[in-house]
Design a protein around this ligand. Sequence first.
Ligand SMILES: Cc1ncc(COP(=O)(O)O)c(C=O)c1O
Length: 406
Amino acid sequence: MSKAVQLLVKEGKRQAETIDLIPSENIASRRVQDALASYFTNKYAEGYPGKRYYPGNVMADELELYAQNLARKIFGLTKRWHVNVQPYSGSPANIAVYFGLLNFGDTIMGMALSHGGHLTHGHKVNFSGRAYRTIQYGVGPYTGRIDYDELERLAKKYRPKLIVSGATAYPRKIDFARIGDIAKNVKALHLADISHIAGLVVAKLHPSPFPHADVITTTTHKTLRGPRAAIILCKKEYKDAIDKAVFPGLQGGPHLNTIAAIAVAFEEAIRPSFRHYQQQVLKNAKTLARELIKEGFQLLSDGTDNHLLLANVKASGIDASWAEGVLEQAGILANRNTVPGDASPFRPSGIRMGTPSVTSRGMREQEMRTIAVCIAQLLRKHKTPLEICGKVKKLCKRFPIPEIYR
Ligand SMILES: Cc1ncc(COP(=O)(O)O)c(C=O)c1O
């Protein structure tokens, strides 16, 4: 067996034996994985359907139009919304929106990284924070929820050209209507980045951003459970600017194998079982939150209404980097994360956890209780990883990684 194949096999074993609570991760179906490894990986298709810079793209054109239509279908959109399915991932998708709709130096407003926003929402080390003037909003100090009044005040004061809603570590529903109104009032564009919650939006378990935003971006690999990629959905009037920004502005040839996998994932998202899955994701997150609180953990905003939660472990005297390491040694993955008030992303106070992956394995409320107890035993009761990893392995064996979703 070659070294690369050995690593593939080892990674499969690692995933099978690990409880993955990283909220941005999930388990793509075998069909999605097959599409990624399909003949489409061999093909170049620079351009868009009907306007390619390479021959041999009859199937590619049909595939791309089909994926665009599926995107409209799962989000319940009419043809007034244009879809670009070519972004290689979530970060390039956001950058493409700025590049297409703004001039360098324009002001954008997004949620601060330490409050739950993403790097591409205007953080100073990111392209978004270097090429544009950025104003950052955040959550209230006591509520842990987005401070919409402050957001409005900042918008009126700084008059941004674009306001980004959406987050990477925010456990509560986002009021897209309110942010949309604020944006309208200051004549800003509203970009909703729903990368984390897209699956919940599709399942109608989170308010939709579509009536309130001009452009929506989402990764396809988180709650949407597809391949690692992203799509941009925009009102028709922004179609040309967005398409030009993606290609030839930022990218070359689209990854057709990934677009095929997006189409497969969207076909799966149409099925009733996808909504059941998302409902269970929410139930599991609520249970995990409740059980962790019972075990003495302090959660940001005291709970969750989506797929993720954030424990401020520093508040209990626990170092988040140590906690991440101990959990990993026991076979539980949850990532250290900044919480409001943290000065540096290198010394965060929080641990972020989510339920998309464990729910894909079929785990339910009972298993969330078991997981919460394991976490408490490791972090608060000083049991060693060796004492807990047997329990973790047993749970993983009872809930193997599913090969095919029906
Ligand atoms: C809200 C949000 N936007 C964008 C991204 C970027 O996605 P990618 O890692 O695919 O570039 C992420 C990733 O975590 C995210 O959470």
